[in-house]
Design a protein around this ligand. Structure first.
Ligand SMILES: Nc1ncnc2c1ncn2[C@@H]1O[C@H](COP(=O)(O)OP(=O)(O)OP(=O)(O)O)[C@@H](O)[C@H]1O
Ligand SMILES: [Mg+2]
Length: 579
């Protein structure tokens, strides 16, 4: 283990620890930034060129050097480092990087975390209460440790705290070293387009870790076509048969033979049918394994309701799965959440009761109400630079009518308060599925890219529901920041409020701009372009892009992917074009 104060880097277990007064705390890093950090720490005090780093980390693949910049931003954030005045990572412009802090070997006798501990993208949220739910999950994990597989659905409305609970539970398991974790996220609009999407994400996580060699070997032996779909082994399916659910199930069971493995699948209401089939198979198989499948979903979601409903019903009836319904926060927990949000122990009189009642114990709604009260000037902080305690300027009974009944209406109200230009910028951002780059906003609105970045930065500074998530460099050297919504509900409201023809026009502009930006490198973006053309109902162009994407996949020997893309193109042709 390497040490550079106040951090320790455990390469074997892919963990970064920060020394703390009471207890060392793990820092959550995604696999690639972790690998970058590991390389730097293994080679301190010397210039590491971009090429050396790229060769070391992606030996067989061409990767844009710009991704390094994004990873460095992420690492600096995690280490609390400053690019201008670096304590750890120094950038040597146009040449590379140097790890400048002294590095020593650490011989402590820490408990080792399990191999293949894949990590979530975010730091676990600071957590309020939910002790009973955590204890229940711990009990389930005990059964899993004894070799009894578990399939657990974690159910609750949007914003009730499913992800927060999963983060806390997995964080505990990782810290205690009682289980490995792999996570996959279902993404709206992707289910039905890409089979097995969240599973492939989870597998990539398992394989990408430096300690993920075991996962790669097991997949290579038992499910080679699945390995081929991870970025760690592109093209490896040249001779492999198609992906089979049995192969994947057996591989996962094997990976969970010794050490419990928690496979988290988030937001199943957006899952593709193929992913649901895997869950069904995993629940029905009888071999002993230490596999815990933890799947979250919203019960009243419009998307993919029926197949998910019948899967859940079937598994529950046969006692092949369990379900936890996440209850609203109690009044006491709500007070804790608000104290944390406002960084204030003693809250203004009546605030917790009011927010609890109006939000019906939904944390996301509660946070939006607090933001609303602040924006309205009802909840204020006086003193120099607003340093004094938060207080209520009006009686809450006076603001009662101004707080909407539902979360969506609350979000609509927040958006209505913005200027029309700000609304347009955010609407354009909502056209992108996960994070939205400033260049896409500029393309959608046909405006200047630098201006759009300034607007987005301003919004990220001002609004609690938009944040700057990183910076990327595009082909040709152009840099563009990207942003994310704090919660999907913001993206949904912004997406829906655009009239369909305007939305379609904006989608097409983004697709066209993608084509321009990646001219000569279309292979990287044809899938994404197809998605925008489809969303715009621009069927012919969608089919063209899908066929091109299929050709590119074929060239990479990703035969299964290529076949999927072709089928998709055919379906659109039959359904929409009548060919
Ligand atoms: N117990 C909690 N303590 C502190 N913050 C919480 C808690 N539960 C939820 N939150 C916060 O409330 C917000 C919504 O929670 P979260 O994202 O976990 O909801 P969710 O149920 O996963 O929603 P979705 O269905 O939309 O994914 C987040 O900002 C989260 O950090
Ligand atoms: Mg969630």
């Amino acid at each position: 283990m390497k040490q550079f104060e106040p951090f320790r880097l455990d390469a074997a277990n892919s963990r970064l620890w920060r020394r703390d007064a009471q207890q060392d705390a793990p820092i959550v890093l995604p696999p690639k930034p972790f690998a970058v950090l590991r390389y730097l720490v293994d080679n301190p005090g010397r210039l590491i060129t971009h090429d050396e780093l790229l060769d070391a980390l992606w030996p067989e693949t061409y990767v844009q050097p710009q991704v390094l910049r994004t990873y460095m931003l992420e690492l600096r954030k995690a280490l609390g480092d400053d690019a201008e005045n670096p304590r750890f990572i120094q950038t040597l412009p146009k040449r590379g990087y140097c790890f400048v802090a002294p590095v020593t070997d650490w011989n402590g006798t820490e408990r080792r975390a399990p191999l293949g501990t894949a990590l979530s993208m975010e730091e676990p949220a600071r957590f309020v209460n939910r002790t009973e739910e955590l204890a229940q999950l711990q009990r389930e994990l005990k059964h899993v440790s004894a070799g009894e597989r578990r399939v657990i659905f974690l159910v609750g409305e949007a914003g009730i705290g499913k992800t927060a609970l999963v983060d806390a539970f997995c964080g505990q398991a990782m810290t205690a070293g009682t289980a490995s974790v792999a996570r996959g996220q279902c993404v709206p609009g992707v289910g039905g387009r890409e089979d097995f999407y969240p599973l492939l994400e989870a597998l990539s996580q398992l394989c990408a870790l430096p300690g993920g060699e075991e996962a790669r070997q097991v997949l290579a032996q038992m499910a080679p076509a699945w390995l081929a779909h991870t970025p760690q082994a592109p093209g490896a399916d040249a001779a492999a048969p198609d992906r089979t659910i049995a192969g994947l199930s057996a591989a996962l069971e094997c990976l969970a033979a010794e050490q419990p493995l928690i496979l988290v699948l988030e937001d199943l209401h957006w899952a593709d049918g193929a992913t649901l089939d895997v869950i069904s198979a995993l629940a029905r198989r009888r071999a002993r394994t230490k596999l815990m499948l933890l799947a979250t979903y919203r019960p009243r979601s419009e998307a993919s309701e029926t197949p998910l409903k019948s899967l859940r019903h079937d598994l529950l009836i046969r006692k092949l799965g369990g379900e936890f319904v996440l209850a609203p926060l109690s009044r006491l927990s709500m007070a804790g959440l608000l104290s944390e949000q406002l960084s204030q122990k003693i809250l203004p009189n009546g605030l917790a009761e009011f927010v609890h009642r109006r939000s019906e114990g939904n944390p996301l709604f509660a946070i939006a109400i607090v933001e609303h009260l602040i924006a309205q000037g009802t909840l204020v902080r006086k003193g120099e630079n607003g340093a004094a305690a938060w207080e209520l300027r009006r009686g809450l009974e006076q603001v009662e009518a101004g707080v909407p009944e539902g979360l969506v209406q609350m979000v609509e109200l927040e958006i209505d308060r913005l200027s029309s230009e700000q609304q347009r910028v955010l609407e354009a951002g909502s056209l992108m599925p996960v994070a939205f780059p400033a260049w896409a906003v500029a393309a959608a609105l046909a405006c200047d890219e630098a201006e759009s970045e300034e607007m987005c930065d301003g919004l990220a500074r001002r609004l609690h529901f938009v944040e700057r998530a990183g910076e990327d460099e595009l082909p040709g050297g152009m840099r563009s920041a990207f942003y994310a919504f704090a919660h999907e509900v913001y993206r949904e409201v912004l997406y829906r409020r655009q009239a369909a023809p305007r939305r379609a026009q904006r989608h097409v502009r983004i697709a066209e701009r993608l084509g321009e930006l990646f001219k000569g490198r279309e292979a990287d973006v044809t899938r994404e372009m197809a998605m925008h053309f489809e969303a715009a109902g621009s069927w012919k162009r969608a089919v063209e892009a899908l066929r091109l994407a299929a050709q590119h996949a074929e060239r990479r020997h990703a035969h299964a992917e290529s076949a999927e893309l072709r089928q998709r193109a055919e379906r659109i042709e039959m359904r929409e074009i009548g060919a």
